[in-house]
Design a protein around this ligand. Structure first.
Ligand SMILES: Cc1ncc(COP(=O)(O)O)c(C=O)c1O
Length: 399
């Protein structure tokens, strides 16, 4: 039965991580995988998560099935986290627990495919590696718009030029903050311009906000999303507790649909529940119960998250300082302006291979590095290695 199936190549990111694990050099540095690491190099379970898990173990009354939409307290808490405690916004939304942001993206793609199978999804170029596969799995077409840097923020004109080809009913897939892989974010004026474009052309934004709290802060990072919600009738949102609560393997996230008003949402809960019912029935409770506890008493969590955010900003600035001291050009030092864990270095695959083979520094072949994977002691050696491979890279481009 399965003999006709082609043997597919291994996922390149997981392949690089495996190569890292087998690298015997003690100086090896993993800047590949998109997870936060603390000063000891591990991806920690947050203290607030451990405390919530202890309470759940003692107090959880039952493991009986929950609702098809998942944990309702969690859904309410996430809606407030995303949209703020604004009753007008909250009255226009329906939020449903999903299997991480990946599950939310797929669920929303399935919803779009049911409502408008002709829709094209416009995704950034470069994009998060799984955006295209998730959208195409729902049989939606995918096109790209440029996501380029200009003075530390996105070149909004390039975005608007490319999106001029989008048709009414198309989806604009945006990263709410901390763009993966570039780290370049939209300034607030850019969000205004995108909102105007969507309003004038009948486009629907799908905001993937997987890193809320890692850019400038929880509310600051949601400012663009909230602006869209205030100016447009329809907005879709996928959110994740993987990064900002460190609940990666608990697969906890939400899909939110915002419509013009409450009556316009009538068909949404039933449709979303029908889609998940025929797939995995309902999401798992544990991660959502933890997240609901964090959201019910948010200050200790906000404080721990802020510590993670500051650590990444500190590492980013230290690396940018070191690159500047070595006299590298602005295009290399510009990572100071980026947000979140990632930056896309202006380095080609040859330079990234050299970085790995000669200096035991692992980034992706496309030039993405995860700043959160660095230890302060590694800043200088990484900066020197980047200086070596980038000057050779520039010479080869010039030749
Ligand atoms: C931009 C973006 N969206 C979505 C996801 C998926 O997140 P989750 O682990 O919650 O499925 C990631 C994970 O790396 C991501 O970077």
């Amino acid at each position: 039965m399965f003999s006709n199936l082609p043997i597919l190549p291994a996922d390149p990111l997981w392949g690089l991580s495996a190569a890292f694990r087998h690298d015997p050099r003690p100086s090896r540095i993993d800047l590949v995988v998109g997870v936060y690491r603390d000063a000891t190099g591990i991806t920690p379970v947050l203290d607030v998560v451990k405390a919530a898990e202890r309470r759940l173990a003692m107090e959880a009354p039952s493991k009986a099935y929950r609702s098809l939409a998942g944990n309702v307290d969690f859904n309410d808490g996430m809606a407030k986290l995303l949209l703020g405690a604004d009753p007008a916004r909250l009255a226009r939304q329906f939020t449903m627990q999903t299997i991480g942001a990946s599950g939310a993206l797929r669920l929303l793609a399935d919803l779009v495919a049911r409502a408008n199978p002709e829709a094209t999804v416009w995704s950034t170029d470069p994009a998060y590696v799984n955006h295209r596969p998730l959208m195409e799995a729902a049989r939606l077409r995918v096109n790209h718009y440029r996501w380029r840097e200009r003075g530390g923020v996105v070149d909004v004109e390039a975005v608007l030029d490319d999106l001029a080809a989008a048709r009414r009913g198309d989806i604009v897939l945006l990263h709410g903050c901390c763009h993966n892989p570039t780290g370049i974010d939209l300034p607030l004026e850019g969000w205004t311009a995108v909102a105007e474009l969507c309003a004038n052309r009948g486009l629907v934004p799908l905001v993937d906000i997987a890193y809320q709290g890692f850019g400038d802060g929880l509310d600051e990072d949601a400012a663009g999303l909230r602006l869209l919600v205030d100016r447009l009738e329809t907005v879709l949102v996928s959110a994740s507790c993987s990064k900002n609560m460190g609940l990666y393997c608990e697969r906890t996230g939400t899909a939110t649909v915002i419509a013009a008003d409450a009556p316009a949402l009538r068909a949404i809960p039933g449709t979303l529940e029908r889609i998940t019912r025929s797939n995995y029935s309902m999401p798992a409770e544990h991660g959502a119960a933890i997240a609901a506890a964090l959201l019910a008493d948010p200050e200790p969590w906000r404080c721990e998250l802020e510590g993670m955010r500051r650590r990444v900003v500190g590492l980013r600035n230290a690396l940018a300082d070191a690159l500047e001291r070595l006299g590298l050009p602005e295009e290399m030092c510009g990572l100071r302006h980026h947000k979140g864990m990632f930056s896309l270095l202006p380095l080609g695959p040859d330079a990234m291979t050299r970085l790995r083979e000669e200096f035991a520094i692992y980034g992706t072949q496309t030039g993405r590095i995860n700043i959160a994977g660095l230890h302060p002691d590694q800043i200088e050696p990484v900066a020197h290695a980047l200086a070596r491979v980038s000057s050779a890279d520039r010479r080869s481009v010039a030749a």
